[in-house]
Design a protein around this ligand. Structure first.
Ligand SMILES: [Zn+2]
Length: 147
């Protein structure tokens, strides 16, 4: 089967497009306007679970964005700023949360952005690893993933 399907107008992708893995599962789906991503986009893992969801405007991210672990748990999420015709259009804005793989709910890292740049040190609510001091990712342990 074809690995992608969608329309082109004047050789530019237009409207809904879907791509597939060789196993026939969807790889991505979303919309184009005049060859650039515009509208909702979803990426999938090979196993069929969603890996990320987001919005594009004029080929750049805008609004809420979320990614998932392959097991379906939320991995991280946050917002891209509104498009206001400035150079920071399409950059991360505000608080982004990273979640524990074990439950997809516990926040292990919060990153705060303004116009795509970190405005303060990242916060690690689960504290440091008892062995090496790196951030703990999982509420059920006092160690980081490397220890
Ligand atoms: Zn460690």
């Amino acid at each position: 089967m074809a690995l992608s399907e969608g329309k082109t107008v004047n050789r530019k992708k237009e409207g809904d497009w879907i791509t597939y893995y060789a196993n026939g599962n969807k790889r991505s789906e979303g919309a184009y306007k005049k060859g650039t991503k515009d509208g909702k986009w979803i990426q999938y893992f090979k196993n069929g679970n969603i890996s990320s969801e987001g919005q594009f405007k004029n080929g750049e991210y805008v609004n809420w964005y979320v990614t998932y672990f392959e097991n379906g748990h939320k991995k991280w999420e946050g917002d891209y700023g509104p498009h206001v015709g400035k150079s920071h259009d399409g950059r991360k804005e505000g608080e982004w949360a990273c979640y524990s793989a074990t439950d997809g709910k516990t926040v292990w890292r919060t990153i705060t952005y303004k116009h795509g740049a970190r405005t303060r040190p990242d916060e690690h609510p689960l504290g440091p690893c008892s062995r090496c001091g790196n951030p703990i990712h999982d509420p059920d342990t006092d160690r980081c993933p490397e220890c």
